[in-house]
Ligand binder design. Structure first.
Ligand SMILES: [Zn+2]
Length: 363
C-alpha cells in the first residue's frame, strides 16, 4: 500500500503539537508513532496465506498470483475473504464527528479508503496505548481499530494486553473462532443487526459488555463490524477471512510464542504494546509456509484449508450442539484446539522476543 504524501504527515504532526511546550519532543513522538503505524502495512502476507488456504493444490496456486500481480484478477467471489484477511489489521469504523484531521463524520473509514484518517486514529491510539491498558472506560471511546492493536481485542492477532493469562486470551480466540466459523459456514441464526453480546458466546458477550458505551451499541453489531450493514453474504465472508488471519497470526513469531519442538503448544501470547510496528514484515514466513503447505499439518495454510473444507461440509463447530445423526468427527472446535494447547494456562502475556522490539536506533 502506498504511504500518504509527506505533507499530510507533516499536517498531522503540526495539528497535534501546535502550541505544546517541548515542541520538538512532541513532534518527534508523533513522527515516531506515525512511522510505526505506517510501517506495519507493507506486504500482502495475509492475503496470500488466505488465498492458498482456498487453493492449496499444485495446479491451483496460479489462482493466487493476482496478489502480487496487479494485472491479474482475483477468483470470482473472493472479495469478501480477501477483505476479511486484512480486516483484523484494518477493521473499518465510522467517525462520529469531523473534528479529527482527515476524518469525515458518518463516512466508513479504513486504510485504503482514507489513509489520513486511519493514520491519525492509529497514531492517537499508539500514543494513548499505556493508558488504555486496564482502563476499559477509556478504551471504549476508541474504535475497534485501536482496540485490536493496543487494547482488549489484540486476540484478533493472537496477542494480548499485559497482565492477561494465556487461558483468558485463548477463551477469546476460541470465542472469535466460533463466531466467525459459524458465520462463514452459515451455521448460526445471526444477522447484520446481531450484536456481539447477543451471540451467546461467553467470552465475547463479556468483552462486548465491558466495552459498550450507552448510545454506541451499534459498534459491536456484526454488520457494522464486518463492513456490511446490507449484504449479509459479504459479512459472512469477511468474518471467515478474519478467522484465517487470527490463525495465521498465531504462527507469527512476534505474536505467539510456540514451542519449537512441538508448535501445537503455546508458551505465551505476546503484547503489541512495546513492539515495533514493522515486525510483521521482518518476521515474514510466507515462503516457508507456502513450501510446506501440503506436507506440514502444523502450518497456517494447511489449517486454513481444513477450515475451508469444514465450512464447505458444514461441519458443526461443537458436536455437543447438534443431534447425534448430524455429528461429524472431529468437530471444528476439537480440531482447532489441537493447535492451541497451552503449556501453562496461567502464563501471563509477554512483551515479545528481542527481535520484535524496536531497535535502539528507532527510539
Ligand atoms: Zn494481525
Amino acid at each position: 500500500m502506498t504511504p500518504p504524501p509527506h505533507n499530510s504527515t507533516e499536517r498531522i504532526i503540526d495539528t497535534h503539537t501546535k502550541g505544546k511546550k517541548n515542541l520538538q519532543a512532541h513532534r518527534a513522538l508523533w513522527k515516531r508513532a506515525i512511522d510505526d503505524v505506517i510501517s506495519n502495512k507493507e506486504k500482502p502476507v495475509h492475503e496470500l496465506l488466505t488465498c492458498l488456504s482456498f487453493y492449496p493444490g499444485e495446479d491451483e496456486a496460479e489462482k493466487c498470483s493476482f496478489i502480487n500481480d496487479k494485472k491479474k484478477k482475483a477468483p470470482q467471489g473472493f472479495g469478501g475473504f480477501l477483505r476479511g484477511s486484512r480486516w483484523n489489521d484494518d477493521p473499518s469504523f465510522i467517525p462520529e464527528d469531523s473534528a479529527m484531521l482527515f476524518c469525515k463524520a458518518g463516512i466508513r473509514t479504513h486504510y485504503v479508503r482514507s489513509p489520513g484518517c486511519w493514520i491519525v486514529m492509529m497514531a492517537r491510539g499508539k500514543l494513548a496505548a499505556d493508558d488504555l491498558q486496564n482502563d476499559l472506560e477509556q478504551e471504549s471511546r476508541y474504535p475497534l481499530l485501536v482496540q485490536s492493536h493496543f487494547g482488549s481485542f489484540q486476540f484478533l492477532h493472537a496477542m494480548a494486553p499485559d497482565g492477561q493469562t494465556a487461558e483468558q486470551t485463548l477463551a477469546r480466540i476460541l470465542g472469535w473462532a466460533e463466531l466467525t466459523y459459524k458465520l462463514g459456514a452459515s451455521l448460526d441464526k445471526f444477522d447484520s443487526q446481531t450484536r456481539l453480546n447477543e451471540t451467546g458466546i461467553p467470552s465475547l458477550v463479556e468483552l462486548a459488555n465491558s466495552l459498550t458505551r450507552p448510545g454506541h451499541e451499534h459498534k459491536y453489531q456484526l454488520g457494522y463490524m464486518f463492513d456490511a450493514s446490507r449484504a449479509e453474504q459479504r459479512m459472512r465472508d469477511v468474518a471467515f477471512g478474519s478467522l484465517l488471519h487470527m490463525i495465521q497470526d498465531s504462527f507469527a513469531p512476534c505474536h505467539t510464542q510456540r514451542k519449537a519442538e512441538d508448535p501445537r503448544k503455546i508458551v505465551a501470547f505476546y503484547s503489541y504494546l512495546q513492539q515495533s510496528g514493522n515486525h510483521h514484515s521482518k518476521t515474514d514466513l510466507t515462503q516457508q509456509w507456502d513450501a510446506s503447505r501440503l506436507t506440514n499439518k502444523v502450518n497456517p495454510i494447511y489449517i486454513g484449508h481444513q477450515l475451508v473444507l469444514f465450512k464447505h461440509n458444514k461441519t458443526p463447530w461443537d458436536n455437543a450442539e447438534v443431534p447425534v445423526e448430524d455429528r461429524k468427527t472431529p468437530d471444528v472446535k476439537t480440531y482447532l484446539s489441537e493447535y492451541f494447547q497451552l503449556e501453562d494456562p496461567k502464563a501471563l502475556t509477554k512483551p515479545g522476543a528481542d527481535f520484535c522490539m524496536p531497535k535502539h536506533s528507532d527510539l
